[in-house]
Design a protein around this ligand. Structure first.
Ligand code: MN3
Length: 224
């Protein structure tokens, strides 16, 4: 009986930790692990200041409606129109920022760790012609995104791969997305993601990105 009570209390604690608020995922690598392509200071600030601010502001918005904490972030973003009106904009902007950065960190990895497999390169080829063509189209989307936003490789509902760019903290799982699909890979093209090292040279940052893509995770996302 005593053990049961302890177990019950423990599971309550666990669920409070999981659902009480949206927390930052632990990074799978150190701040300096993506050097020289993304510098350690940028990683530190991006994660601890920018990403944390989105998480904090999302949690703050939901304080008015704590019953919503039980939703996954994906669920919130896919159903924004059903949320109380007073928090829709905050959930879109901060929930978007929270989700996008969670996802972004997961598709990066230290140089030479997670190259593309023959199998997944064949999938890229069948959708874009070649890996180089894919990269060129991705880079073009990154450079033509005016102002702040993201570039995404997504899988649509028919299983086709597409390249999409979104403004601000929007993404392709949001209810409001013009083109919807499951994210496989993304790149943050907000200036805060590259300004310290690359200043205004977004093109150099985008080219450097290919060195630190976690293709293993991209492939996992494709088959998930
Ligand atoms: Mn960012």
């Amino acid at each position: 009986m005593k053990n049961r009570i302890i177990l019950f209390t423990f599971s309550l604690l666990i669920s409070a930790l999981s659902y009480g608020q949206y927390t930052l995922p632990k990074l799978a690598y150190k701040y300096n692990a993506l050097e020289p392509y993304i510098d350690s200071t940028t990683m530190y600030i991006h994660y601890n200041n920018h990403h944390a601010a989105y998480a904090n502001n999302l949690n703050k918005a939901l304080e008015q409606h704590p019953e919503l904490y039980k939703n996954s972030i994906e669920n919130l973003l896919a159903n924004i129109s059903t949320l109380p009106e007073d928090i829709r904009t905050a959930v879109k902007n901060n929930g978007g920022g929270y989700y996008n950065h969670n996802f972004f960190w997961s598709v990066l990895s230290p140089v030479g760790k997670n190259g593309i497999s023959v199998n997944f390169e064949a999938i890229i080829k069948s959708n874009f012609g070649s890996l180089d063509d894919f990269k060129a189209q991705f880079e073009k989307a990154a450079l033509t995104r005016f102002g702040s936003g993201w570039v995404w490789l997504i899988k649509d509902s028919e299983g086709k791969l597409k390249l999409v760019s979104t403004a601000n903290q929007d993404n392709t799982i949001m209810q409001s997305a013009e083109i919807k699909g499951k994210p496989l890979l993304t790149l943050d093209v907000w200036e805060h993601a590259y300004y310290l090292k690359y200043q205004s040279k977004r093109a150099a940052y985008v080219k450097a990105f290919w060195n630190i893509v976690n293709w293993t995770q991209v492939e996992v996302n494709y088959f998930k």
